[in-house]
Design a protein around this ligand. Structure first.
Ligand code: ATR
Length: 282
């Protein structure tokens, strides 16, 4: 691990060398004229406990990425409300060695929806493809922002059912259902959806959803993908072909980072600059 003096903020993960956060955050910190540096620290799973006890408490704060987002929760001193509901932490603030865990993934996604796609989720019907960690964060944030209904559609239906049960427990006022990626229930959810979000890893390696029932999706529905490399995923390309407005994934990364920086410094960074740096480094 690097000596403390090299930076005050960091992202921890394993692997972490590919992370785009240092470039993006350092540009934002420089623009704010803050004398702070953001680094990347590889922390292996077996080192997480000692990192949290040691260097983690001496930093000003840090981001947490794969594979530590869930494992770090019981190691922290306090967990903020939304992170507790999501059950995962992506941002830690250290105040005099007291560590508070936040989750800015879901809120960052919503900020991007509002700012980049001008989409206001309140009262809307949404279909989420996928039932992993990203779906959990985004589903929770959408529920907290009072969408009318949420359908979790996933290849493995048991995983969709499990996430749905957890979301219903935390968000009892929202109508939440689950289904597979084919069949009547899926088609009917698509027909009523104002927003369709892909949170699965499909698209990461330029793979597409085979036989996606595009004709079932509500006319004019916004189609969003959290995969940001390539920026124009096969899923978004297909949505465009069917004349849907689209929302690409880099906005979530920009805004989760901007919210984290605000938690650490109390200052609002230049998100346009952060996006430019991110896209340049993709
Ligand atoms: P993350 O934490 O980034 O959300 P994850 O927890 O690994 O990632 O979740 C990956 C999601 O992508 C899951 O919903 C997975 O579906 P299963 O629950 O059926 O595994 C989905 N996924 C991955 N590859 C897929 C594929 N080829 N077709 C359909 N869904 C896929």
């Amino acid at each position: 691990m690097p000596p403390r003096s090299r930076f005050q903020l960091a992202v921890i993960g394993d692997p972490v060398s590919h992370s785009l956060s240092p470039e993006m955050q350092n540009a934002a910190l420089k623009k704010l004229k803050l004398p702070l540096r953001y680094g990347a620290i590889r922390v292996r799973p077996q080192e997480l406990k000692s990192f949290v006890k040691g260097l983690g408490r001496r930093l000003m704060g840090f981001n947490v990425t794969i594979p530590h987002k869930v494992a770090i929760v019981p190691l922290l001193d306090r967990i903020a409300f939304e992170a507790k509901l999501i059950g995962a932490v992506n941002t830690v603030l250290s105040r005099n060695g007291f560590l508070v865990g936040f989750n800015t993934d879901g809120a960052g996604y919503l900020m991007s929806l509002l700012n980049d796609a001008k989409f206001q989720p309140r009262g809307k019907q949404v279909t989420l493809l996928g039932a992993g960690g990203a779906a959990r964060a985004i589903g929770t944030a959408l529920g907290l922002n009072q969408v009318r209904s949420l359908t979790i559609a996933n290849r493995t239906q048991e995983n969709a059912a499990r996430l749905t049960k957890d979301l219903i427990r935390n968000l009892p006022k929202i109508s939440i259902h689950s289904c597979g990626l084919t069949g009547k229930a899926f088609a009917s959810a698509l027909k009523n959806s104002h927003l369709l979000i892909n949170t699965t890893s499909i698209g990461l390696h330029a793979t597409a959803f085979p036989d996606f029932p595009w004709k079932s999706l509500k006319k004019g529905a916004l189609v969003s993908d959290i995969v940001y490399h390539p920026r124009m995923t096969p899923f978004l390309k297909a949505a465009k072909k069917y004349s849907h407005p689209i929302h690409s994934g880099e906005g979530m990364l920009v805004h989760q980072g901007a919210l984290a920086l605000e938690i650490w410094t109390g200052m609002k960074p230049d998100t346009r600059l952060m996006r430019r740096v991110l896209l340049k480094n993709l």
